[in-house]
Write a protein that binds this ligand. Structure first.
Ligand code: EPZ
Length: 441
């Protein structure tokens, strides 16, 4: 199938979409199945590329993965975990960053792990120094080779006291997945406490782990010698939900996002309301969700900065900026999580948006990237009339924002590289068509 989507904009997106389990929890939960000695079962798993990648990696390591009886249900049998070939791992890992999280589980199960070169979106340096430092402290021996990382744990893994320099989501998950079966107690300070991490902790607890989340971002893990499986329904994808909400605002539309949950989106909802968007929460179990709409009239500008939870998520930023290009006045967005997450604004400017990016920490408190030369603050002047343009999708979230811009613009745009969007948005093309968007390959 062609990788180019032809998008004719100008029509409001209207209707409903459904979001399923959060990509950034489901992929980690799948890795956690490796730690158990019995079968795990998970529901509501979206059909996205990242899930396929992790499934492939698990199967290479001997985990039997089968479809359950309901749509989106997978069953994982880890009773025969085995070493996988380096070439095969490299082929399967694709452009994902998840393989790094297999370290702890594989060291516990096999005493050895091979981790390929990591992919992921090009939004900053994305170092893994916190991961490697923690793993070494747990007792892992890490050897770097041209093909990737070889890790071994000749004396097993032992609990550690560790403080993160920054509350990294991935490093917190790495430490959780290593500590639950390490000998002794691990105390992690300055941990990330995103809802996806708390959901990972919940399912690890179902497996038999002992994890206490203290105040002030301290997590204490008491290692146990063995874990069982879990049965889990993941939290819904709050990044996808917010993406559709921003799409509703940018196209003057009205979208009911079934499955979206208010509790995980409080910060986004506050901003959505300040800009002038309206929403209504339906808590009905199973069928509920949040309806987002543009009530007509002018949208208002906003000043915000992205941050770790409970702050405004960095992944909510890109689709929202498209909506802010339609607000009446100057908005300021200070990106404090990734140093290079405004690259996508150049394409929006070619479409008629008026966005300037600055090296300074604008509108908020100084962050790690101040005075380092990274253009990590954006000023968005609106309202701007967007017109069609040929676009090439740079990464997942930026890609979705390009799509929204094309849908909000007048005329027909050709959007190249849309396959990247499948990494994190299930059936996005069918969902767009269902919302009345004029898109075709
Ligand atoms: C996760 O990435 C998500 N990915 C990202 O979503 C999300 O943007 C990010 O968390 C923040 O919420 C997945 O869950 C698969 P981090 P992660 O470690 O874990 C620095 C998406 O589109 N850092 O919290 O890789 C790092 O450079 C993706 O779904 C170090 O310096 O993010 C960054 O500045 C994109 N050293 C900051 O921490 C390290 O060893 C936060 O990164 C690790 C991280």
């Amino acid at each position: 199938m062609s990788d180019v989507l032809v998008v004719t904009g100008g029509a409001p997106l209207q209707g409903e979409v459904k979001v399923r389990g959060a990509k950034n929890l489901v992929s980690k939960a799948m890795v956690a199945t490796l730690l158990g000695e019995t079968t795990s079962r998970m529901f509501d798993i979206p059909r996205i590329r990242d899930v396929e990648v992790v499934r492939g990696l698990l199967e290479l390591h001997g985990v039997k993965v089968t479809n359950g009886t309901t749509d989106g249900e997978l069953v994982f049998d880890p009773s025969n975990v085995e070493r996988a070939g380096i070439d095969e791992i490299n082929v399967h890992a694709g452009s994902s960053r998840i393989p790094i999280l297999l370290c702890g589980p594989l060291l516990h199960r096999l005493g050895h792990a091979f981790i390929p070169e990591l992919g992921g979106c090009n939004i900053g340096g994305r170092p893994i120094d916190f991961h490697l430092e923690a793993l070494r402290r747990f007792g892992a021996v890490v050897e770097k080779a041209p093909e990737g990382l070889h890790l071994s744990a000749p004396d097993g893994l032992h609990g550690i006291k560790f403080a993160l320099d920054y509350p990294s989501v991935g490093a917190t998950e790495q430490i959780l997945l290593a500590a639950v079966r390490a000998k002794g107690v691990t105390e992690l300070s300055n941990a990330a406490v995103e809802p996806e991490i708390l959901d990972l902790i919940a399912l690890l607890q179902k497996m038999g782990a002992i994890i206490k989340v203290h105040t002030n971002r301290v997590i204490e893990i008491e290692g146990v010698p063995r874990l069982g499986g879990f049965t889990h329904r993941p939290i819904p994808d709050r990044i996808e939900a917010a993406s559709w909400a921003s799409a509703a605002l940018a196209t003057k539309g009205d979208i009911l996002v079934r499955g979206a949950r208010q509790a995980d989106m409080m910060t986004y909802l506050n901003v959505f309301r300040s800009i002038g968007g309206e929403f209504e929460v339906d808590d009905a179990p199973g069928t509920g969700g949040i309806r987002f709409w543009h009530p007509g009239g002018d949208l208002r500008p906003v000043a915000l900065e992205t941050d770790v939870h409970p702050g405004f998520m960095t992944d909510w930023q890109q689709p929202l900026v498209v909506a802010l290009s339609q607000a009446n006045g100057l908005s300021v967005v200070h990106e404090t999580v990734y140093e290079k997450r405004f690259g996508y604004t150049a394409a929006l400017n070619q479409m008629g948006a008026n966005i300037q990016v600055f090296q300074d920490c604008l509108g908020g408190t100084p962050c790690r990237f101040g005075r380092m030369g990274f253009r990590h603050s954006a000023v968005i002047a609106g309202p701007a009339k967007l017109h069609a343009h040929d676009l090439t999708i740079p990464d997942l979230r930026a890609g979705f924002s390009h799509l929204i811009a094309a849908l909000a613009a007048e005329g027909t745009s050709r959007v190249h590289g849309v396959e990247l969007i499948n990494r994190g948005y299930e059936d996005f093309e069918a969902k767009l068509t269902g919302l009345g968007a004029r898109v075709s390959r």
